[in-house]
Ligand binder design. Sequence first.
Ligand SMILES: C[S@@+](CC[C@H](N)C(=O)[O-])C[C@H]1O[C@@H](n2cnc3c(N)ncnc32)[C@H](O)[C@@H]1O
Length: 308
Amino acid sequence: MRSAVAACGHCLISMTQGEGQGMQAAGIWALTPSVDMSQADFHDWQTLLEERTGVIVSEQRRSFLQTNLSARMRELGVTDYASYYRQVTDGPRGAVEWSTLLDRLTVQETCFFRHPPSFEVLASYLQERLQAGLSRPWEFWSVGCSSGEEAYSLAIQAAEALQGSELPEHFAVTGTDISQGALSKAREGCYSGRRLEQVSDELRRRYFFAQPDGRFKVVPSLAARVCCAKLNVLELAKAPMSGMDVIFCQNVLIYFRRWRRRDILNRLAESLVPGGLLVVGVGEVSGWQHPDLVPVADERVLAFTRKG
Ligand SMILES: C[S@@+](CC[C@H](N)C(=O)[O-])C[C@H]1O[C@@H](n2cnc3c(N)ncnc32)[C@H](O)[C@@H]1O
């Protein structure tokens, strides 16, 4: 990730490109001063964010929280963090504002075929599954799908694997995320060329239409196989997600506490069919094991298959 340093009024804000996207989305990538945040305010907001999303804002990322909160407060004309906190936690009205704020506080950076070795492992896995015979449609799940690039990458990989078979559309992909803003973009399925850098020209021609505005839209036949839904990974116990052949959960758990990562991964493992594949971002969890899972023997990836 590139890093941007913005000099601002009375403080120096350092943020990553992904973290700055909320401000860019709001069209306020401006060097306006953010309101100072007291330790008590920081603690309240930190706790709220972790309780509701699992994401921890460490002291090092305090400026990220402060910058994005104060940008939204400026839009609303709210001058202090405590009042805004009360507004966001105030019943159903607060829930609407929370949903807007969430888009600013979550890192949604993504691209097609992010971490190519994970997709190479997936391609070999699907070839093996195909050789074993297709009994029912394959089910894929992109957990924390952001604006959809990972979900459509899975769909492309499945379509490629099944190309020439008797059942070329025998797959479905579900993308889930906590952010409604990200899910709207995923449903639109229209991307700038920069997001498609890892997509070969051949795949681009096969699965995208060039739009008059220079962007690329996913072709309807592929889009029809992808469905996106709101789901908080802290609430997996309530989710009807089971019988998955492939689950990708990359770059979602990095800001979560270790015990939460393990808890979530245990639940994902239970959502896999016997023989199913779970792919996690490299370095996102260390030393985690599940009695039903076997690690994939490829040191470039963090992936597991379910026994059976
Ligand atoms: C950096 S993006 C990762 C996108 C994609 N998986 C990838 O690897 O490129 C992280 C996504 O996780 C989502 N997220 C964060 N906390 C979440 C939660 N508690 N439940 C579901 N999604 C969450 C964010 O909204 C964001 O879209």
